[in-house]
Write a protein that binds this ligand. Sequence first.
Ligand code: ARG
Ligand code: ZN
Length: 504
Amino acid sequence: MGARLLGGATAAVLVFGGLGAIGAAAAPKGPGPRYTAGAAGAGDAYFPFAGNGGYDVQHYDLDLDYTPPAPAPAPLEGRLDGTATIDLVATQDLDRFNLDLRGMEVESLTVNGKTAAAVAPPMAGAEVDGAAYWHVQDDDARVWELTVQPRPKLKAGQRATVVIQYGGVTTQPEDIEEALYGWVTTRDGAMVASEPDGSMTWYPVSDHQTDKASYSFAITVPEGKVAVANGIQPKPEETADGLTTWYWDAPDAQASYLTTASVGDFELRETRYSSSGVPIIDAVDLDLAPNRLATTNASLARQADMIDFFENRFGPYPFTAYGSIVDDDDIGYALETQTRPIYSTQAGEGTVAHELAHQWFGDAVSPERWQDIWLNEGWATYAGWMWTEEAGGRTAQQSFNAWYAPARTPAYWQLQIGDPGPMGLFATQVYNRGAGTLHALRVEVGDEAFFEGTRLWLERYDDSAATADDFRAVYEEVSGEDLDEFFETWLYDQVKPPADWVQP
Ligand code: ARG
Ligand code: ZN
């Protein structure tokens, strides 16, 4: 488990004092449209400043230039310069709105072609003349907010295109309190893994899964480096003057934390296909240790079979492509980046099944609040139990029994997986008690209702986000049972659930 500091947890109290105008101002009085500031956060209690309000992003076009670090002993620092073209629709009459951007400097910003002036953050409530932007970055307060004041103002329903040129030096966080996430600079490139709120370290974004969008990428790197993002290559890479530009298109609705644009000494492998026709595009680091490469190759060879198996249980694979990025660098975990998970040092078979299952659980249907993380990690872990059974190992019931049997500390059972706190997002209990919850639910309602509910859940909330209450409602609907007490026991009771769901 990673009990390390993740973004934003303590920032709620810091809206006032010193930071200037980063939040919503009071609505002006009088008739006519009431142009107000969009909220500085998406309303997630765990990360109050992640995401923003007042608009809905349709598409991010990211044009990135990246120079990886020079060989050791040069500092482990890269240089990233980007142009982000963001298509959005205002969802209220907007005087101002925010984007999240951390550790990068904005060089220019336009809204619908009109240049905005860089200004110092005004005092809360103060007026600013004309089209303008300001950027508040307070690492101690964990507040990173880029405020855009468009002129003319945006009416609700109006589309706008925001073009932001920005750049900065990229590093690996030195603070061991800080999880290795976001644009993680490596000696041979970058390992880009942004859960939960690290996308703001590499592009201006509404960094919350309640605002999904499609993406396109053009990533320019030194010739010989390979840049791999989500989706498919719409056209081949182009090389000129020692630089190669890699193009990727991700047309499916995608949460910001599932975006990647990793750079390294990868071998981009020939596309293979699942039997349902999903293209599988893998990128494997050429510097993987030989035994780890063998493990990786064996696991990746099973991806098509895993897609078949999960499609059979859960319904169609939800996106236009799949494939894995396997980096020899180590961030300590793998991540289910959409259509293209990323792995540290090797890809083991269990982990490959886990990250693939996340494409349905987490990626296609995302947790509406970070509090609902067990819906991601419980499901991916449970799907791993199912794959183990399919592959001839323990049955899912045996995995449940094996998890349930051992005596554990009171502290283990104290963690409420339905509300683990921002520091507990990736606690082992979220994974294993989460999987136990799903298996117990299956035993409780029976296989038929369980899989019917699962498909209904995936269909109803495809390309969006939902909560644990939405989840409960689906299984109550298909089973006709009241599951309130069941979920109370499994998600919130701070003791070991009774043995009712253990079976031979
Ligand atoms: N969601 C990832 C998984 O598949 C884990 C992410 C862990 N992140 C972290 N910062 N420790 O399990
Ligand atoms: Zn996971």
